[in-house]
Design a protein around this ligand. Structure first.
Ligand code: IPM
Ligand code: MG
Length: 371
């Protein structure tokens, strides 16, 4: 299969982790005889520095024309520390999501057996957790009208949702539940917000089309608590943009590290894959950031293209790296591997699964030089 993949490394650790995902994809291309053509584009703080805008048209067009987009991370402290700046890196990502119509953001959260002890949560609470968060991505308060009064003392962010926007993601979430444990939890704030009441009404009326799926509802404040108290009760969570942003970061604690959470953002004609973590500027260029979320995002990209066996090969390699402790310092405190060594291991494992032991020894030999 020939696939055009747009790569947007972005800011901070984005380029380093994306590089590892690219290694994994090249290994897949090699083993399964595919041709992956990569073209890079600028977005975020680096794009502002170079072109004055966070999403240059060139990058947008590259993404529109590609079969899939692999994105790293966005954000830079120089913008975070100054809220008065009008041009911000995040605007690039939001514009890209909107322009590509990526309305459905899927964030899988799993408690990996090998990492359970890393989570600050009790093992018996999180063991076996397997949640898929469906976050609406192109509507709600993120994209509402923003206003700041002339004297700078009153600010406003509008939140709007239409039935159409709710239905299109709800269908995907119901279908996901059908292929999983058949449970869908709608998270909203219907006791307070009009938009949430529309979500409830709309999703409830769709439920008749999915009689095999059990639909229940949680207010977002309660959901935030339940996620930590008893995450195993969830199968598919469906929620609006802002709630999904917050709950998915919270849920990452279950997996042991935010450095493991991948995501897919799906639209009608385009799809983008990215780790849910941020640009981690403190680690930029140090070769210490966890590349697994980016590598798992590449696996989601393959899955999206229908390349299931290929996606499975990456998942298996990631599983192996966790088992063998070939991981970065966020999960392997004692003998950490560098970002690039983890990437090398994944690519090696995909290329030559039979030889894992040899790979393992080679990597360990190299380890002394990297710490
Ligand atoms: C995410 C991020 C983004 C968001 C930021 C970088 C704009 O936190 O993808 O979760 O809020 O959607
Ligand atoms: Mg977020």
């Amino acid at each position: 299969m020939k696939v055009n993949i747009a790569i947007i490394p972005g800011d901070g650790i984005g380029p380093e982790v994306t590089e590892q995902a690219k290694k994994a994809l090249n290994a897949i291309a090699n083993v399964f005889d595919h041709t992956f053509l990569f073209k890079e584009g600028l977005m975020g703080a680096c794009a502002i520095d170079e072109t004055g805008t966070p999403l240059p048209d060139k990058t947008l067009n590259l993404c529109k024309e590609s079969d899939a987009v692999l994105f790293g991370a966005i954000g830079d402290p120089k913008y975070d520390e100054d809220p008065t700046l009008k041009v911000r890196p995040e605007q690039g990502l939001l514009k890209l999501r909107k322009e590509l119509g990526l309305f459905c953001n899927i964030r899988p959260v799993k408690a990996y057996e090998t990492l359970i002890h890393n989570s600050p949560l009790k093992e018996e609470r999180i063991k076996g957790t397997d949640i898929s968060i469906y976050r609406e991505l192109t509507g709600g308060i993120y994209f509402g009208t923003k206003e700041l009064s002339k004297d700078g003392t009153i600010a406003k962010d509008g939140c709007t949702y239409s039935v159409e926007e709710i239905e299109r993601i709800a269908h995907l979430a119901f279908q996901a539940a059908q292929s999983r444990q058949k449970k869908l939890t709608l998270v909203d704030k219907a006791n307070v917000l009009e938009t949430s009441r529309l979500w409830r009404k709309t999703v409830t009326s769709l439920a008749v089309q999915y009689p095999d799926v059990r639909l229940d509802y949680l207010f977002v404040d309660n959901a935030a608590m339940q996620l930590i108290l008893n995450p195993k009760q969830f199968d598919v969570i469906l929620t609006e943009n802002l709630f999904g942003d917050i709950l998915s970061d919270e849920a990452s604690v279950i997996g042991g590290s935010i450095g493991l959470l991948a995501s897919a953002s799906i639209g009608k004609n385009n799809a983008l894959f990215e780790p849910i973590h941020g640009s981690f500027p403190q680690a930029k260029g140090k070769d210490i950031a966890n590349p697994l979320a980016s590598i798992l995002s590449a696996a989601m990209l393959l899955e999206h293209l229908g390349l299931h066996e290929e996606a499975g090969a990456i998942d298996k390699a990631v599983q192996k790296s966790l088992e063998l402790g070939i991981t970065t310092e966020d999960i392997n405190f004692e003998k950490p591997f560098s970002t690039s060594k983890v990437g090398d291991f994944i690519a090696d494992y995909v290329n030559n699964q039979e030889d894992t032991d040899i790979n393992f020894q080679n990597i360990h030999m190299g380890q002394s030089t990297i710490i």
